[in-house]
Design a protein around this ligand. Structure first.
Ligand code: UTP
Length: 228
């Protein structure tokens, strides 16, 4: 199976703890050893937010703040690359085309952000589209997509299964509420919809859940399954 795994920065390296990075790399190596083609997109997490906060206070433009964020995602990508044992791309890929070429050479791909204006959620969906992935796994810090932001709304309920267009509607209604955080951003949901991608959104703080999702096991999370 060709798999794109999106690992949030707050899941991969919240504390820059090497064991945690190694555990995520171990799961990627395990998937490769099982015969899967794997491309990983790494986010920036709290470290990126802190850098962005400082740069904003110093007067940086939004475009330049995005560039700061991208740099942090690529730093995190380098950490994961360092911990990988399988044959991998030598440097974090800077765009989906480079990632695709690398995957075709049989290398495991790791990348961070690409260009300003979106997040690694969207990069992951665009990469999954570019390489025609069989599955896109979002390893986030929340166990799935809820009807509302569970941090803001006690009545929020998790969706076990959504179609891509239901995903778009759900994310759009969460994003419209100021201050709410959706586990996957709207651009990513739109890309999933237009290409009919199969996706899973799960709590990736235990990296083994990613392996379980690829193995087709019933994981705690939200499955996004296109209509036949
Ligand atoms: P993240 O993908 O980690 O952002 O990229 P996020 O979704 O806000 O973080 P999480 O999921 O809560 O951890 C960090 C920042 O880098 C910039 C954006 O500013 C983003 O917020 N970025 C990232 C880009 O501009 N382009 C990219 O392709 C990726």
């Amino acid at each position: 199976m060709r798999v794109v795994v999106s690992i949030g920065g707050s899941v991969l390296a919240p504390d820059l703890e090497p064991d945690r990075v190694a555990a995520h790399a171990g799961v990627v190596d395990e998937l490769v050893a099982d015969g899967h083609e794997v491309a990983v997109v790494v986010g920036g997490g709290d470290v990126a937010r802190r850098y962005i906060g400082t740069a904003r206070a110093l007067g940086a433009t939004e475009y330049d703040l995005d560039a700061v964020g991208i740099d942090v995602t690529r730093l995190n990508a380098r950490l994961l690359l360092t911990a990988l044992e399988s044959s991998a791309i030598p440097e974090p890929a800077e765009d989906p085309e480079t990632a695709r070429a690398s995957l075709r050479r049989g290398e495991t791909v790791v990348m961070g952000g690409t260009v300003p204006g979106h997040t690694t959620d969207a990069v992951s969906a665009l990469l999954a589209e570019t390489v025609a992935a069989d599955l896109l796994v979002y390893a986030t810090s929340v166990p799935g997509v809820y009807s509302a932001d569970p941090n803001e709304d006690d009545g929020a309920e998790r969706h076990d299964r959504l179609t891509p267009s239901e995903l778009v509607d759900t994310i759009a209604s969460i994003e419209i509420t100021a201050g709410s955080n959706a586990p996957v951003d709207l651009l990513a949901a739109k890309v999933i919809e237009r290409s009919g991608l199969r996706a899973v959104v799960l709590d990736g703080t235990d990296p083994e859940r990613v392996a379980d999702a690829v193995a087709g096991e019933d994981v705690d999370g939200t499955g996004v399954v296109p209509d036949e």
